[in-house]
Design a protein around this ligand. Structure first.
Ligand code: ZN
Length: 313
């Protein structure tokens, strides 16, 4: 993802209004209590992705990771679908090459039959170049993406296990976007979410939450500004829930505006909130590795999302 000036976002953003899809009554007393979020398991899933190596589109590790994620989700979801698409993009080589890339969003569905649909999203690809690395010789190398990529996916795969064990009171779509972090510039990034925004079909959600870069040991999550501008009420409810649960890393202050996978969906009329800790010194460097992340951070975000799924907002 990329950070951009807040002044620009008023112009480019569709200002959707969060109209009450989340305004569900609180849990019924007889509703099943979900099993606890297992932070160790989530962290193992983060590590497993990193063990494949850097996972940029077109690589062998990318193919292996796709198969791993698909197989894992199959164990838990009502259905899992690969949503294939092709993008013609410039590679990050110098000079760039024009290349046709085949990519896949991975879409898992739970709680089929419920009308209300909550989308939970993360990106599963990793950046093909460490262009923010302080060492020049590293800047063409692909990153491991322990935080930027693997962390959000890890939380959602653990939530998939919970959804299997305790049926959700709403339909949940977990989507793992491909091609989020590919291009040199933002017009060649967010490829999977752009494609999905135009091809939602039966998966069209009422509202959604994006998780990105939530594994940082030093977790602090302010209010991302594209989300806030488009859906302040939705975001406020999420932060109030975090506060109620005692999740201190959620900060009641404005964060940066971060171009990310939620923006194409907001533009398509879907209320989306991005939960992201963009204050991460290892962003798009070779240092974005497992040791910079913690199970505790995954658990904090996981507990919040589980609460939203089962208790509403
Ligand atoms: Zn990134």
């Amino acid at each position: 993802m990329k950070i951009i000036q807040f002044s620009a976002l008023i112009i480019i953003l569709y200002c959707g209004i969060f109209t009450g899809a989340c305004a569900e009554p609180a849990n019924q007393p007889d509703q099943n209590v979900p099993v606890a979020f297992d932070s160790k398991r989530a962290f193992d899933i983060l590590k497993k992705q990193c063990e494949f190596g850097p996972r940029p589109p077109g690589s062998e590790a990318h193919r292996k990771t796709r198969d791993y994620l698909f197989t894992e989700l199959k164990k838990y979801a009502d259905s899992v679908t690969l949503q294939p698409y092709t993008s013609v993009v410039d590679t990050v080589d110098d000079p760039p090459q024009r290349k046709k890339l085949h990519m896949n969003n991975i879409i898992a569905e739970f709680g089929v039959g419920h009308d209300e649909t909550l989308l939970l999203a993360a990106h599963w690809d990793t950046r093909p170049c460490a262009d923010q690395d302080p060492k020049l010789e590293n800047q063409r190398e692909p990153i491991i993406g322990a935080n930027d990529g693997a962390s959000g996916v890890a939380v959602l795969l653990e939530i998939a296990r919970i959804l299997k064990q305790t049926l959700p009171p709403k339909r949940i779509i977990i989507i793992l976007f491909d091609g989020e972090d590919y291009g040199k510039t933002t017009d060649q990034m967010f490829l999977g979410s752009r494609y999905f925004a135009k091809n939602m079909g039966k998966w069209r959600p009422d509202y959604g939450i994006l998780l990105d870069m939530i594994g940082d040991k030093d977790l602090e999550i302010p209010k991302e500004q594209f989300s806030w501008t488009a859906n302040p009420e939705f975001m406020e409810r999420i932060w109030k829930r975090a506060n109620k649960l005692g999740l201190a890393p959620f900060k009641d202050r404005a964060g940066p505006a971060v171009m990310d996978d939620h923006v194409p969906l907001i533009r398509a009329g879907i209320p989306m909130v991005n939960i992201i800790d963009f204050d991460y010194p290892h962003w798009h460097t070779l240092e974005d590795t497992v040791d910079k992340c913690s199970p505790k951070s995954l658990e904090i975000v996981g507990r919040l999302v589980v609460s939203i799924i089962y208790e509403g907002l």
